[in-house]
Write a protein that binds this ligand. Structure first.
Ligand code: ATP
Ligand code: MG
Length: 365
């Protein structure tokens, strides 16, 4: 019983017992005093009906009747018309208790109904907002990928022509032309990178989630990264423990981890070790950690790293981490970052295991 209810119950009982005490303690006093005491009973009865509704009104008035009735016999010594009249009048306790209790019950019922309606409305509002947001994202995604495709083709043509002219310029010794064409090519590459990032970020297709071998996925990825890491004098250490299958879209998850590995490699300008681990976190989650020994992320930068187009790199698009974040969110996973400026950064992915998702679905149905 809540503390407030306990306190109200004690108050009602004390009042009933106190008033009863007055009746029994003053049997010799004039009857007018008893009329006054009797009316005092309405206070605990109404209190009980307000706090404990119909049950409170009924039980308190019945208790008052039980305690009060014997005292009439004690006072008058016989059951005559005066006593019966008094008893009938005491019947009003029941009437007042039950009516007040009923009204309080009704108002409580309406209040609950209203609360339920409000919470349903709030829920509906939230359910609708998400729908609108995902619809908007989907149409934005379609628009972005349409535009990106259109831009990619002319960019491809510009690059091919520039490469041909570049070769000619080198053959004829036109150095300044060759230099200009070189800039065109690298800028075309940069624009292509932005477009690829936008396409990844705005991709409207849903993930193809299925039970996936995490260790295999990560070792495939490491094979792809090996030559790049060598170029940057970065040693990759991996500790891949066997874990139950992840519920994942292998290609998209590879992309998410690859962006983190690339950032790790890029953060170690003078080389170092990049560590990749896979382990079971608990019965529901697996954990992938990517730790570098790079320049770290300072306090000011940290809140922005997942923002689209936020970058501190000259050739960066700032889309790598937003793509990763989006992919992990779509896997119903989470990302943690732990960074020590000057020492390095660790990104941890917490990803649902396939078994857990199957159990979860069974519970939901
Ligand atoms: N491992 C890391 N160490 C230090 N800083 C990092 C690390 N990972 C991310 N950052 C910071 O977060 C920013 C955003 O990263 P993000 O991957 O989104 O874009 P980017 O790497 O700059 O560009 P892109 O990935 O498109 O080439 C980076 O520019 C960098 O400042
Ligand atoms: Mg990046």
């Amino acid at each position: 019983m809540p503390k407030k209810d306990k306190w109200n119950l004690t108050l009602v009982l004390l009042l009933i017992l106190g008033i009863t005490g007055l009746h029994y303690g003053t049997t010799a006093s004039p009857w007018a005093m008893h009329d006054f005491y009797r009316r005092l009973y309405y206070i605990p009865i109404i209190l009980a009906a307000f706090h404990f509704r119909l049950r409170g009104g009924f039980i308190s008035s019945a208790l008052v009747m039980l305690l009060y009735a014997p005292h009439l016999l004690l006072y008058f010594g016989r059951l005559d018309i005066t006593v019966i009249n008094q008893l009938l009048e005491a019947g009003m306790f029941m009437v007042v208790g039950v009516i007040t209790g009923y009204l309080s019950e009704e108002s409580h019922r309406r209040e609950l109904q209203l609360q339920r309606q409000v919470s349903q409305l709030m829920k509906m509002d939230l359910l609708e907002k998400k729908l609108r947001q995902s619809e908007r994202l989907a149409s934005l995604g379609q628009l972005a990928s349409g535009i990106a495709h259109e831009i990619r083709n002319p960019l491809g043509i510009i690059k091919t022509i520039s490469q041909t002219l570049h070769l000619e310029a080198l053959e004829t010794g036109e150095d300044s032309l060759a230099e200009g064409l070189n800039i065109i090519e690298s800028e075309t590459d940069r624009a292509n990178k932005v477009i690829k990032g936008m396409l990844d970020f705005a991709r409207p297709e849903p993930l193809q989630l299925k039970p996936t071998d995490g260790a295999l996925l990560l070792s495939d990825l490491l094979a792809i990264m090996r030559s790049l890491s060598k170029q940057h004098q970065v040693k990759i250490e991996s500790h891949l423990q066997p874990v139950p299958p992840l519920q994942a879209d292998a290609d998209r998850l590879k992309q998410a981890v690859m962006n983190l590995l690339l950032n790790g490699i890029q953060s170690m300008e003078n080389g170092g070790t990049l560590t990749l681990t896979l382990e079971k976190e608990n019965d529901h989650l697996a954990q992938i950690t990517i730790t570098d020994q790079g320049n770290g992320i300072d306090e000011k930068t940290l809140p922005h790293i997942f923002d689209p187009f936020f970058t501190t790199k000259d050739g960066g698009t700032g889309l790598g981490l937003s793509v990763t974040h989006r992919i992990i969110e779509e896997h119903r996973g989470t990302i943690d970052v732990n960074s020590h400026p000057g020492k390095g950064t660790a990104f941890t992915l917490h990803l649902p295991l396939a078994q857990f998702r199957i159990e979860e679905a069974t519970h939901e149905t």
